[in-house]
Design a protein around this ligand. Sequence first.
Ligand code: NAD
Length: 351
Amino acid sequence: MAYRLAIVGYGGMGTWHQENVMERVKEIQLAGVYDIRKERQQAAIERGIPVYESLQQVLADPTVDIVTIATPNNFHKEIAIQALRAGKNVISEKPVTMCAEDLEDIMAVAKETGRLFSVHQNRRWDKDYCIIKKILADGTIGQPYFIESRVQGSRGPLHGWRGFPENGGGMVLDWGIHLLDQMLDLIDSKVVDVNAHLFSIHTPKVDDNFKATIRFENGVSYLVEVATNCFINHPRWHISAKDGTATVEDWDCGGKIVRLADNQELEWEDVIVYTAAGPTRTMAPRPQETTQQLDLPEIQTDWSDFYRNIAAVLDGTQQLIVRPEQCLRVMKVVDAIFLSQKLGTSVHTEI
Ligand code: NAD
């Protein structure tokens, strides 16, 4: 069965949802779009897309099954609650809300109305992320103990509403949400400690750069970093695990796995090794035969699978992949990040 979807907020991401739904997901048809700004309504008309004149008109349309919210962050909660109460299934763009408490309010209404509610955490389908997920699931490098996940650019000040706290601006709520959502999807353990450093280098009112270290109950530690002022990037991913190391360099997914070669025990020798670092056995290079280099696994991914899952859930044939309870954990980590920054210390958590 095909479901009809209306998009509220027809800016950058609203346009992506429209093109994606119209061109790639046969299970969902576009009913139309609504944007508060006349010029965006006009842009839709010029593309031959049906345009609603108000949110009320969207919600009153009985042919609309799903509402996707792609407005600035501060409007997500209010629109989601109105749409759920109007009997619509709702997809919110990330960050679903600006704090955990607001998401709990939406979840209560979703429960009361019995409608589907999900969040567009499309980066669970990113190729780089899926490669890392597979390496860890396959045990290729053994048990991980420190994971570094970074997105770094150097374009400086945040643009438009992203520069203002009242709109939910800043990088924790922007790219941070994606990286934290991936983190909680990857590590099956409780978050017990959060330590964050937020910086406003070019955007005075919000964080435009941040680093957060997150400690899990199972012993894994995780670094999440987003930079808009970085001129020499680290790899997108760097995984330290007991039996090896894996990197994914960037969005093109270059990178490698280097791990202990099978049956190659490394013995300590009495002879001191002289290296450029001076006499050191610990930091001396390994004999080459004791390690093995592997290519990253080949993986095909598709962001549109998010919508295919939504349609399948409504058909009753699949479980929801991006569940509100998972997004609530992400928002609790976000709350802890802001608290850690405010206090200037680590925050102990049970998330
Ligand atoms: P944008 O500024 O390009 O577009 C937002 C649009 O919403 C604008 O056209 C604006 O006129 C409209 N709008 C504002 N208030 C409205 C209201 N009350 N009702 C209807 N329309 C309203 O912003 P964007 O970059 O498209 O971001 C929109 C949302 O999408 C944000 O929540 C952002 O975090 C999210 N986003 C997600 C991804 C992703 O990969 N999942 C990528 C980019 C943006």
